[in-house]
Write a protein that binds this ligand. Structure first.
Ligand code: WTA
Length: 650
């Protein structure tokens, strides 16, 4: 971590604009006074204990937190069920017939599921899973498009206590296989395909390839979505609609210990294979329901739209578990924002009267590029609150979002968090926090985030350093699936009892936080974390490639683009078409999101004397910056060569 200097430099950038919520918004907000900040910092444990009352518990907990660093247990002894909290309890009130999911398909088809409908489908599907022998603790992999069945499958797993592992539908067969094998899942739920910009992504065929040679999967449930022709393997594969026909309408909920696993979600790290981040039931549900209520200022009549895919943590926490626990109406859209036209998102907002929109900076930058005429052609007056997540938002994109989407009336909540944190950790509270474009403002009540130097000491206001979480929080990851050592070494080894986020940040004189991106080698493409190691291994997997180093380079729309430096094996020459072939190869191995933007060939890679590839230098070259400290570089000539070559090819 040689970042402190860079962070100090970046910390000089200043953004002085600020925005206050309107009088009207403030008066009606769920959180109206800053008292919560004081109360929660005086008694963090008491604060979270109080928030646990939002949930319906089967058995009350006896202790809020049991902390044996770095292993935490929250709400010890409590029993509850996540699906019960998202469904059953709402049936006792008028919410029974409230829309839980408003589904809009890519082709314009739509479906409304009330809480009662969703409850029934979830219960039936839970019975289907049970009939396949799934019991509490068994893992189920979900590989589906953004259709209601994705949420149904997740909640059905939660209902019977089977941890789910959702794999983003854009991942390749091989990525799917690795994740199925790591989790040793027994059932896979997929679909005959997924609509994407008028084409069909063949999820089931991918799944068939993924399952070759895999022994753990006993059954595959296939949702019919596209009518794409698929092969069904006798005895293993079954159509969702056929399985549901005979399934009973009610299914008792499994009482889960607060610390029983709710789900595993794979995320990229700097080294090795993706990590299975483990989230448990009680603390996670308390964390996501509290944050969803306060950050989005949720009102009973809101139409809430989070544009993330359920395959990412944002989809888990803020499409499914948080909003449904709070009885919200959630809009779910299957397709992309430019199909069939570039105003699709705005058309949807107009059609459903969406009031809250939660999206990613990369999407906002794309909308900016398309120009304001698309949102201006639609009625967006229903919107009252906007949110962003996934990467730092540039102040200009923030202002554009504020002006053209929010009509200068909607507060923007820039929410910082991670797969590992489970819940939003830093954010404005929209009725009270003055916002500054580009800053995620301050930690959520009950959350202790800090910026420290290399020694772990807090840095003074006005300077930058490494972003850490000082105290355990309820929705924190509990471990890495099957690999507690990796949990300890990845997150807790820099300093004792302090969680390291991997991000660099600064705080200004007023204590506002500004995120500066990752300080490790994780690349953030369009808000999706991609491990350099994964891309590099897939390149090296190609027969001609000897070695590869990948970095993230600033990109106007995607935030970062993947740039790879590749050396070929002895005796091989760069031939025409090799770049495209390598790009395709990575796309096939990991998924289209990991496809490199640029590939450069070089005879050597810059390495430290101990043989570590110096990605920092490659980044400098790729971004055309002056070189940083090269004193540890083994062969300085390599760099001159690389730099010249890069400039030539650009
Ligand atoms: C980045 C997504 C700046 C950060 C929920 C973090 C952000 C990583 C923000 C986690 C934000 C997320 N401002 N950076 N508001 N939100 N990030 O696990 O680098 O997919 O560590 O979780 O995204 O990505 P993940």
């Amino acid at each position: 971590m040689m970042v402190t200097k860079e962070l100090e430099l970046e910390a000089l950038l200043q953004e002085n604009r600020h925005f206050e919520p309107s009088e009207e918004f403030r008066n009606n907000a769920n959180v109206k006074t800053p008292d919560l900040y004081n109360e929660s910092s005086e008694d963090r444990i008491g604060f979270w204990a109080k928030q646990s009352e939002r949930l319906t518990w089967i058995e009350p907990w006896t202790k809020v937190l049991d902390w044996e660093p770095p292993f935490a247990q929250w709400f010890v002894g409590g029993k509850l069920n996540a699906a019960y909290n998202c469904l059953d309890r709402h049936l006792k009130s008028w919410r029974r017939n409230k829309a839980a999911i408003l589904f809009e398909g890519e082709n314009g088809d739509s479906r409304v599921l009330t809480y009662q409908d969703l409850y029934r489908e979830v219960s039936q599907f839970a019975n289907v899973l049970k009939s396949m022998g799934i019991k509490k603790g068994d893992r189920v992999t979900i590989y589906l498009p953004m259709i209601p069945e994705a949420a149904i499958a997740m909640l059905a797993c939660a209902r019977i206590g089977a941890p789910h592992s959702v794999i983003f539908g854009g991942f390749s067969a091989e990525s799917l296989r690795n994740r199925i094998e790591d989790a040793q899942a027994k059932v896979l739920i997929t679909s005959d395909g997924s609509f994407r910009k008028g084409n069909i992504v063949p999820l089931k065929s991918n799944a068939d390839i993924a399952l070759e040679g895999v022994n753990c999967i006993e059954h595959v449930v296939v949702v019919k979505r596209t009518d794409n022709k698929v092969a069904m393997q006798e005895g293993r594969d079954i159509w969702y609609h056929d399985a549901m026909k005979n399934a009973q309408l009610t299914c008792p909920v499994e009482p889960m210990d607060a610390e029983d696993v709710l789900f595993i979600l794979y995320t990229s790290g700097t080294t090795g294979k993706p990590k299975g981040v483990v989230h448990t039931t009680g603390g996670y549900m308390v964390g996501v329901s509290t944050t969803h209520d306060w950050v989005f200022d949720l009102k009973e009549e809101d139409v809430y739209w989070c544009t993330a895919d359920v395959g990412w943590i944002t989809g888990h926490s803020y499409i499914v578990y948080g909003p449904l626990a709070n009885g919200a109406t959630v809009l779910m859209y299957e397709g992309t924002p430019d199909y069939p036209a570039k105003d699709r998102n705005w058309e949807i907002i107009e059609k459903y009267g969406v009031t809250i929109l939660y999206t990613a900076p990369t999407a906002i930058r794309t909308f900016m590029k398309w120009g304001p005429s698309y949102p201006q052609g639609r009625d967006l007056s229903s919107l009252r609150l906007l949110g962003t997540v996934g990467e730092p938002i540039n102040p200009e994109a923030w202002i554009w979002y504020h002006k053209y989407i929010g009509g200068e009336r909607c507060p923007i909540v820039d929410t910082w968090w991670q797969t590992e944190t489970g819940m939003i950790m830093m954010t404005p509270l929209p009725g009270i926090t003055e916002t500054k474009p580009g800053s995620c403002t301050v930690p959520f009540p009950g959350v202790k985030v800090e910026i420290v130097d290399q020694a772990g000491n807090p840095v003074p206001k006005g300077s930058g350093g490494l972003l850490v979480v000082r105290e355990p929080w309820p929705a924190m990851l509990r471990t890495v699936y099957n690999d507690p050592d990796r949990y300890v070494s990845t997150y807790w080894s820099n300093w004792k009892e302090i969680y390291f986020t991997g991000d660099g940040a600064k705080w200004d004189e007023e204590g506002y936080f500004w995120l500066l991106g990752r300080v490790d080698d994780v690349i953030n493409v369009s808000g999706h974390r991609i491990g350099t190691a994964e891309v590099e291994s897939s390149l090296v997997d190609y027969p001609l490639v000897a070695e590869a180093a990948c970095i993230g380079k600033d990109h106007e729309v995607k935030g970062q683009a993947i740039v790879c430096f590749v050396t070929l094996k002895e005796g091989f020459k760069v031939m025409d078409g090799l770049v495209d072939e390598l790009k395709q190869h990575v796309g096939k191995k990991i998924g289209a999101i990991a496809r490199p933007d640029d590939i450069f060939f070089t005879a050597e890679l810059p390495k430290t004397r101990s043989g570590k590839i110096m990605r920092r230098l490659l980044r400098d070259i790729a971004e055309g910056r002056a070189l940083g400290d090269v004193s540890t570089l083994a062969d300085a000539a390599v760099l001159d060569f690389l730099k010249r070559k890069y400039n030539e090819e650009e």
